[in-house]
Design a protein around this ligand. Sequence first.
Ligand SMILES: Nc1ncnc2c1ncn2[C@@H]1O[C@H](COP(=O)(O)OP(=O)(O)OP(=O)(O)O)[C@@H](O)[C@H]1O
Ligand SMILES: [Mg+2]
Length: 246
Amino acid sequence: MLQVKNLQKAYRSKQVLHAIDFAIAQGEIVGLIGMSGSGKSTIAKCIMGLDKPSGGDILWNDQSLLKWSARSSWRQDIQIVFQDPRTSLNPRWTVRRSIAEPLRNYGSATEARIVQLLLEVGLDERYLNRYPDELSTGQCQRVCIARALALKPKLLILDEPLSALDVSIQAQMLVLLKQLHLSQQVSYLFISHDIAVVSELCERVLVIEKGTIVEDTTAIRLISEPKHAYTRKLLADTPTFPQFNQ
Ligand SMILES: Nc1ncnc2c1ncn2[C@@H]1O[C@H](COP(=O)(O)OP(=O)(O)OP(=O)(O)O)[C@@H](O)[C@H]1O
Ligand SMILES: [Mg+2]
């Protein structure tokens, strides 16, 4: 479905991504982990068309995303959820309006569809007229996920979607993401620092170090036989995996 080929990005003289190659098949959940500044969000921005690659190509069902106009239909197919749900929502908009907005652009913002989306993320019609500051951070993130799912995307990019949430809320959100993957038949590119969360949610994991993918493997193999020194360091830094901490 998605193919990232030899993707490169430089900001002025600073090379942030070096020849990134990976693919995501329909229905897959792929994790992307690496330290702060390693280039994870830059990959997400390039896929979303929010940033322009310096080289390489990004294909969506064999068509280059870099050549299509901004209003092409693939924009519905790939959606993104960011780390901080409060800054992703307009504080002056009700939940109804935030979720209706993407639907309105494509002509199907019915009340029934908005409520259906709220139910899918574990909220209900009581939230329709609320504003972001009347919601918890976790509820805001649920609204952001509902908004991202409104146009029935095939791929959802989740850029550290749990980092702003309390640990107990993180566990609930993981359950929700697993449910939505099944009910919505949507693939995820799940970006995280947290190797424990990634290994629980993802089938395949990419490890990025300083703009280079150093490991592309199954979640099981990542934990049982990490190949790269950097992966072992990430594991050692994770309290769940003390066996690597020596
Ligand atoms: N607009 C920009 N202009 C200049 N440099 C940038 C820009 N955006 C990102 N960078 C740099 O690119 C590098 C990669 O940033 P990126 O945001 O992709 O990292 P990340 O892996 O998402 O980190 P984090 O885990 O902290 O979110 C960093 O060194 C960052 O400073
Ligand atoms: Mg980032």
